[in-house]
Design a protein around this ligand. Structure first.
Ligand SMILES: Nc1ncnc2c1ncn2[C@@H]1O[C@H](COP(=O)(O)OP(=O)(O)O)[C@@H](O)[C@H]1O
Ligand SMILES: [Mg+2]
Length: 319
């Protein structure tokens, strides 16, 4: 029997969410009789992996180093197959600027935006903002869980929002605020499962709305006319394909009152906590939580085809 390591924790600001995701996965896979060990990730991941040799890595890490290709690259080098997207797709999806550039290349509609790198004086910010207008949503380039995101309705608020986002990333995106309904689409191993609509009791789907029970209403399937619903699913599929994402994927979108849909982002290690969206979507599609975890597990592989061999493993162990 293969020993599965569920990698959880990590170094990002989403560490606590990752712990919740990882613990839920460990319990579910053990319940199905798998040989599972939690691998708590901190600065010394390769030591943690040497201490608890595993055959397969189930990635329950969110954010930097865990969702952005870094851990994926280490596992490639160690020859340990891992769940989810490969190195390049993980990195592209985590970087909202690069993802948006690819969306545009592939005609995937996304909110108009501009990017800021480094610190700007008020005058520089004013010049860069130019006639972009308000309201806008300001977000760090590489974060998750709505961390560092805020809405700005005026230049003064923009200044505050940019400074807040820069606490998390040197790179910041300023996007046009899209008024509409928020819909998230789940994709599992290339199969589009469905779309859930989220209605937060707060102005945006922020950290509290995401992780506090009762702060958000969920509608599955999303309340859209059948043809539009299908269009939303196809658009999410194209968004994931434009970045080359595989395994479990969640695509965040906003659909307007009119005809338009905008892709916000593609998540390559979607949360699997009790309040997370992918498990809700999967449940709606008839897939219970343990089966979802097993299906994700079945995608574990190496993108670059480095054969996992005992020789490679012992070379790592001796190093
Ligand atoms: N351009 C936008 N217009 C309106 N709301 C937005 C926009 N961008 C983000 N949001 C809100 O902020 C939330 C988080 O944004 P998102 O881009 O998905 O980043 P994260 O990686 O933190 O989830 C969204 O779920 C949505 O509620
Ligand atoms: Mg999101």
């Amino acid at each position: 029997m293969k020993r599965i390591g569920v990698l959880l924790g990590g170094l990002s600001s989403e560490r606590d969410i990752s712990l919740r995701t990882g613990e839920a996965v460990v319990e579910a896979l053990r319940g199905r009789g798998h040989d599972v060990v939690p691998v708590y990730v901190d600065r010394d991941l390769d030591r943690a992996l040497r201490a608890a040799p595993i055959d397969v890595a189930f990635l329950a890490l969110h954010g930097r180093y865990g969702e952005d290709g870094c851990v994926q690259g280490l596992l490639e080098c160690m020859g340990i197959p891992y769940t989810g997207s490969g190195v390049l797709s993980s990195a592209l999806a985590m970087d909202k600027l690069k993802a948006k550039e690819l969306f545009r290349l592939h005609n995937v509609p996304t909110a108009p935006y501009y990017a800021i790198e480094g610190s700007l004086t008020n005058a520089e910010l004013e010049t860069q903002h130019g006639s972009f207008g308000f309201p806008v949503v300001v977000k760090p380039r590489r974060e998750g869980s709505s961390i560092g995101i805020s809405r700005a309705n005026s230049f003064e608020e923009l200044r505050v929002a940019v400074d807040a986002a820069r606490k998390h990333d040197d790179g910041v995106l300023v996007e046009r605020y899209i008024k509409g309904r928020e819909v998230h689409v789940g994709i599992l191993n290339g199969r589009v499962l469905g779309a859930i609509e989220v209605v937060p009791k707060r102005p945006m789907f922020d950290f509290q709305a995401k992780y506090t029970k009762g702060m958000t209403e969920y509608f599955y399937p999303a309340r859209l006319a059948p043809t539009r619903y299908q269009g939303v699913l196809r658009l999410a599929e194209r968004a994931a394909q434009s970045l080359g994402c595989t395994g479990a994927v969640r695509v965040d979108m906003i659909v307007t009152e009119g005809e338009n849909e905008y892709v916000l982002e593609v998540n390559t290690t979607p949360g699997l906590t009790p309040t997370s969206l992918l498990p809700k979507i999967a449940a709606g599609a008839g897939i219970d939580f343990a089966s979802l975890c097993e299906e994700i597990l079945s995608t574990a592989r190496l993108t670059y085809g480095v054969a996992k061999s005992n020789a490679a493993r012992s070379a790592v162990a001796e190093a």
